[in-house]
Ligand binder design. Sequence first.
Ligand code: NI
Length: 141
Amino acid sequence: MPVMPKLTRFGVSIEEGLAARFDAFLRAEGYGSRSEAIRDLIRKSLVEKEWAKGGRIAGGIGFVYDHHHRRIADRLTDLQHEYRHVVISTQHVHLDHDNCMEMVTVKGEARRIEALFNAIKSTKGVKHAGIVRTTTGHGMD
Ligand code: NI
């Protein structure tokens, strides 16, 4: 059975206008309480900091390319071999006759993962690339 982390309680003083905007934000995002929304915002900041300082993180890189483009599949495979220490898995989807999508799951040093992302998105023939920057989960509760 998972051990529930001990909770602590603290008061927050905040301008009325900002509080109203925050309440509207949490309703729009579907949060059940201010506490849950604040917890998520804190974690979001911590995860961003972890990436910025080049810590150990997890995430995903997704991209779309036309596989008829000259040697592109080879180049993208070479890149993933070069960065094999941060690549966990790759899923390839044949979107239509021409277009392929790959979703690469990554874990490791943020700097290496950012370098892989930059290399993928700047590869000639890649139509679009996006990245999900998340956490290994450590230190988030
Ligand atoms: Ni394909």
